[in-house]
Design a protein around this ligand. Structure first.
Ligand code: SF4
Length: 63
């Protein structure tokens, strides 16, 4: 599974970072960075929760 962010929608509120900090982080410019676009097996459930929790619907699975 891969995860991507629509930067036009993301407002960098870090909700996803709080849920799956191993996959998402905010960089020094307060931009969301996806640390691991290819989501490790053990993180799939957390990333799915983050996708559902994003208040901007900015996250999506690309496959
Ligand atoms: S939860 Fe959504 S809006 Fe917030 S930082 Fe993550 S992708 Fe961006």
């Amino acid at each position: 599974m891969k995860v991507e962010v629509d930067r036009d929608l993301c407002e960098a509120n870090a909700v996803c970072v709080g849920i799956a900090p191993g996959v998402f982080e905010l960089d020094d410019d307060d931009e969301l960075r996806i640390v691991r676009a290819e989501v490790p097996e053990g993180q799939v459930e957390l990333v799915s929760q983050a996708i559902d929790a994003c208040p901007r619907n900015a996250l999506f699975k690309s496959r």
